[in-house]
Design a protein around this ligand. Structure first.
Ligand SMILES: Nc1ncnc2c1ncn2[C@@H]1O[C@H](COP(=O)(O)OP(=O)(O)OP(=O)(O)O)[C@@H](O)[C@H]1O
Ligand SMILES: [Mg+2]
Length: 229
């Protein structure tokens, strides 16, 4: 569903990704594990078209998106939940979700969104900025989902979120995949969360994927060693 081939990305003269290759299959969740500064956000930004790609290819459901602007990638089926969530603090929960519906005719929020995140229904009239971090993360995922993506990208969704809410987010991601059969790519530093949601795990280090493992075969100590400084 998502194919990434030999991706090179640079900040000016400074190359940050040195040939990233992986795929996310239909109805599969893939985790990209890595410490701070290893290239997770750079990878996601380049997949979403927020950062230009120096060379390499990105395809979604067989369609090339490598040089597309972000809005075209959304139309081709990619959705992105950025690190830090980036919700609109002064808009209500409902309005935040509707920003994802800009190109739909009705601006009607599908019922299954609130079924996935009941807390958002209870808080639909509240300002986004007044939600807890975990609730904002759920809001950001809901906003991404209303574009009906084939590929959902989440950059460190558990960052700064308490353990009980991390469990809720894992449950929601598993539910989303079951309902929609989409491809989910999530970057993480929390191994327990990745083990709850991902079918395959990759480790990124210094802008390269250095390890790949299926969930069932994962040597957790080995992955933890990559994640600790
Ligand atoms: N705007 C920028 N200009 C120059 N270099 C940058 C910029 N943003 C990131 N980098 C560099 O690119 C590399 C990868 O950073 P990136 O933000 O992708 O890491 P990350 O894995 O997302 O880290 P974190 O877990 O802290 O979010 C780092 O060496 C970083 O210093
Ligand atoms: Mg990051």
């Amino acid at each position: 569903m998502l194919e990434v081939k030999d991706l090179f990305v640079a900040y000016g003269q400074s190359e940050a990704l040195h040939g990233i290759t992986f795929e996310g299959r239909e109805n599969e969740t893939v985790a990209i594990m890595g410490r701070n500064g290893m290239g997770k956000t750079t990878l996601f930004k380049s997949l979403m078209g927020v950062m230009p790609v120096k060379s390499g290819h990105i395809t979604v459901a067989g369609q090339e998106v490598t040089r597309d602007e972000s809005f075209r990638r959304v139309a081709k089926g990619i959705a992105y939940v950025p690190q830090g969530r980036m919700i609109f603090p002064t808009l209500s929960v409902e309005e935040n979700i509707q920003t994802g519906l800009e190109n739909s005719r009705t601006r009607q929020i599908p019922d299954d969104i609130y079924a996935l995140f009941p807390v958002l229904w209870d808080m639909r009239r509240r300002k986004g900025g007044n939600l807890s971090g975990g609730q904002q993360q759920q809001l950001a995922i809901a906003r991404a989902l209303v574009t009906d993506p084939k590929v959902l990208l989440l950059d460190e969704p558990t960052e700064g979120i308490q353990p009980s809410i991390i469990k809720d987010i894992a449950k929601a991601l598993n539910e989303i995949r079951k309902l929609r059969k989409i491809t989910i790519v999530v970057s993480e530093q929390v191994l327990s969360f990745a083990m709850d949601v991902a079918d395959r795990l990759f480790v990124i280090e210094g802008g390269r994927l250095v390890h790949e493992t299926a969930r069932a075969d994962t040597d957790q100590d080995r992955v933890k060693a990559y994640l600790s400084v």
